[in-house]
Ligand binder design. Sequence first.
Ligand SMILES: [Zn+2]
Length: 340
Amino acid sequence: MDKIQGRLAAWKSKLLNKVGKLCLVKSTISSIPIYSMQTLWLPQAVCNRVDQACRCMLWAKSDNTRFWSPVSWDVVTQPTEFGGLGVREARRVNVSLLGKLVWDLLTAPQKPWVQLLSNLYLQGDSILCAQNRRGASPTWSSLLKALPYLREGFVPQLGSGASSLWYTDWSGTGLWCGKVPLVHIADTNKTVVDCWVSGAWNFTALYTVLPAELIHSVQRLSVVNSSLGLDHFAWRGDSSGCYIAASGYRFLTTVLSTEGDEVWKKIWKLKIPEKVKFFLWQCLHSALPTNQVRADRRMADFGACSRCSCPHETILHALRDCPYSREVLMSYRLSKLYYF
Ligand SMILES: [Zn+2]
C-alpha cells in the first residue's frame, strides 16, 4: 500500500482528466501488487484498500479522501463491452494469478517446485481435491484458498484413457483406491477407458463395488473426450483449453447485464477523443451530477433546472431539452444533424 500511495503522490490527480485517471488506475495502481499476488493470497483488507485507491483516484477531486462514486464499483469493474471500464478488481486478479500455479500443478509435473509441493502435500491426489492442513506453507495455503473459485473451470479431458482407474487421480475427485474398501484383484489393472464406453460411463464390468456417491459424482463430471494423447485436465474458460490469467479473470467475472452490449462496443470504437467517450459512458449510466440525479441521491434539495423552469433537470434535459442547451445546439446546427 505504501508503494501505491507513493506512486500516486507523484501524480497530481487534479491535473489529470477522467481518462488520464482511468489510465493511471489501470496501468499503475492495479499493477503494483501483482508480484505479490502471483504466489500469495492477499488479505481481504489489502484488496479492499487497493480497490479503494482505484476508486479514489478515479472519482475524487484533488487529494480529497471523500468522494462521490457516480457509477457503482461493480459496474466499473465490468469489461468495457458490457458497460464497465475494464478496471480489475484486486481479489479477482489475485485468484486468477494463483490459478496459474494450480494449472502448473495439474499439467506440469516436471517443474521442480511442482514436484516439491506434490510430494509434500498431495501424495498422488491432484490439487483439485487437496485439503489444507496445519503448518502448510503460505503458498500452499494461498493456492487452496483460490482453488474453490476456479474449481468448476477445470475438467478432466480423456485422451487414450490409459490412466489407472484406481491409482491415478484422473477425475480430480481423489484417488479411487482410497474411496473403496478393497480393489478387487481382477480390477487392479483396469484403466479409465475400460469404463468409458461409447461416450458414457459403464461400471458393470467391475468386480469392485463402487459407492453410489462416487458413481453419482462421476456421472456429473463433464468429461471431454479427445481420444488422442494422454488423459489430462482442461480449462473451460478458454477455447484452447489452457489456463491463462486473463481467461481466469474472465471466468471469475460475473457479467451483470448483457443488454445493450452493442451500444458499449460502439462507444469505445468511435473515433473521437477519449474524454468524450468517457463523457458518453457517464451519460448512459446516468452518472452526470445534474440536479435531478443529485436530488435522487439526496445530495440536493430540489431537482429543478437552475436555468429554466423545468422541475426535473435530467441528463437529457440538461444536454438536449433545456432551451439554453437547445440554443447552443442550434447555433452549431447540431440538432439537425444528430438526433438523440
Ligand atoms: Zn433547463
